[in-house]
Design a protein around this ligand. Structure first.
Ligand SMILES: Nc1ncnc2c1ncn2[C@@H]1O[C@H](COP(=O)(O)OP(=O)(O)OP(=O)(O)O)[C@@H](O)[C@H]1O
Ligand SMILES: [Mg+2]
Length: 386
């Protein structure tokens, strides 16, 4: 029984292989406006359980561009797994249309579907490896099903294990490998059929933070080197921040918002998105800073200034101080990265006459920085003191 389950899980992961080598791959360029590799239109999926209807997907519209790493983030039960399973049609939507690589897949016959699935690899949170097979035999499994001769498939599996950093571990069984190594085998197996699209269902949720980072780095490298499009689902914004180009936030089977990771990080709209973002940016300001007593020189405004990329805060601040006759006291700061883009936060106390402070803050905002007032103290008595 356990064996049977093991094989059916592994078979899910395998999805129909393609024997032998294929021609040249995409270049890996993330072309704006290119035809999307995945398109979902108005997807609805319900499950029936004990007389109750569960709406897992409630009108999903989504496009994944060729060559990008697209992330879908949501809490448990949001519909993430159902969504990716509707891409390779492990689940059939009740209604709506799914296109993969230019072909409408939602109305294919089983046989056509099997052929189409060869273009799609998949990896899982719990790896779904065959415990009774070595790493090499796990990776060779899809090729074996496709009837690739032993020598050829073992050679290919060896190359793939090398690619994922497991050269020399061909003979290890899953029980002899760490979680990160098992996921590397899972990735190598998913690549065996030379897919155009890799679906990742919480690929790092069972791993510690350091191993998570190394697996994400491997996925990013595969995306770059092979031009492989990756559709990844997760409940961790840190994962999105680390490797995704674009992201969609899903809740109760609906997409709340989507956009470039940079956009969503810097201007999250929905409350759920804001919670995800703050969990990943550790933008919590120490409370003692927020509660500092006012020390009274005219207006005293505590602001959070956010800057992106090369748009560093310092020149803006020193220019503001010179030009507007205000003081700027930096109380707190941190720099983080979204992909390769630096993303910084400064908490600054700006003091001066009320007019000068307002003009200075307006100047910062005009300079393209995001300025958020955290606290404002106005002391009428000081207007005359200076
Ligand atoms: N086979 C099924 N039968 C009945 N209900 C299901 C089935 N699969 C999913 N559901 C329900 O559909 C909803 C979405 O489930 P899904 O597995 O897609 O969520 P998820 O976002 O992947 O969650 P998690 O982060 O916990 O994996 C949930 O309410 C779930 O209980
Ligand atoms: Mg899931």
């Amino acid at each position: 029984m356990a064996m049977l389950r093991e094989y059916s899980q592994a078979a899910q992961a395998v999805q129909g292989p393609v024997p032998g080598a294929r021609g040249s791959r995409d270049t890996g360029l993330k072309l704006e406006g290119a035809e999307p590799i995945v398109r979902m239109e108005n997807i609805r999926k319900t499950f029936h359980q004990g007389g109750r209807e569960v709406v897992a997907l409630d009108g999903i519209n989504l496009e994944v561009k060729r060559g990008e790493i697209f992330g879908i983030i949501g809490l448990s039960g949001a519909g993430k797994s159902t969504l990716v399973r509707c891409v390779n049609l492990l689940e059939r939507p009740d209604s709506g249309t799914v296109w993969v690589d230019g072909l409408e897949v939602s109305n294919l016959t089983e046989q056509e579907l099997r052929r189409q699935r060869r273009k799609i690899g998949m990896i899982f949170q719990h790896f779904n490896l065959l415990a009774s097979r070595t790493a090499l035999a796990n990776v060779a499994f899809p090729l074996e099903i496709a009837g690739v001769p032993r020598k050829q498939r073992e050679e290919r599996a060896r190359q793939l294990l090398e690619l994922v950093g497991l050269g020399g571990r061909e003979r290890s069984y899953p029980s002899q490998l760490s979680g990160g190594q098992k996921q590397r085998v899972g990735i190598a197996r998913a690549l065996a059929s030379e897919p155009k699209l890799l679906l990742c269902d919480e690929p790092t949720s069972a791993l510690d933070p350091q191993t998570t980072r190394s697996i994400l780095r491997l996925l990013a490298e595969i995306n770059q080197r092979l031009g492989l499009t990756i559709l990844l689902i997760t409940h961790e914004m840190a994962v999105i921040k680390e490797i995704c180009d674009r992201v969609a936030v899903i809740e109760n089977g609906r997409i709340l918002e989507s956009g470039s990771v940079l956009e969503v990080f810097t201007q999250p709209q929905a409350a759920t998105t804001q919670a995800f973002v703050s969990s990943a940016t550790s933008a919590e300001i120490p409370p003692d800073i927020l509660e500092r007593p006012a020390n009274g020189h005219g207006a005293q405004v505590l602001v959070r200034v956010t800057f992106l990329g090369r748009d560093a805060g310092e020149p803006h601040l020193s220019r503001m101080v010179r030009r507007f006759d205000v003081d700027a006291n930096i109380l707190y700061g941190q720099i983080d990265h979204i992909g390769r883009t630096p993303y910084g936060t400064l908490v600054v106390e700006v003091t001066g006459s009320q007019d000068a402070v307002e003009a200075a803050l307006g100047h910062l905002a005009q300079g393209g920085l995001q300025v958020e007032v955290l606290r404002r103290v106005e002391r009428n008595d000081v207007a005359t003191a200076g």
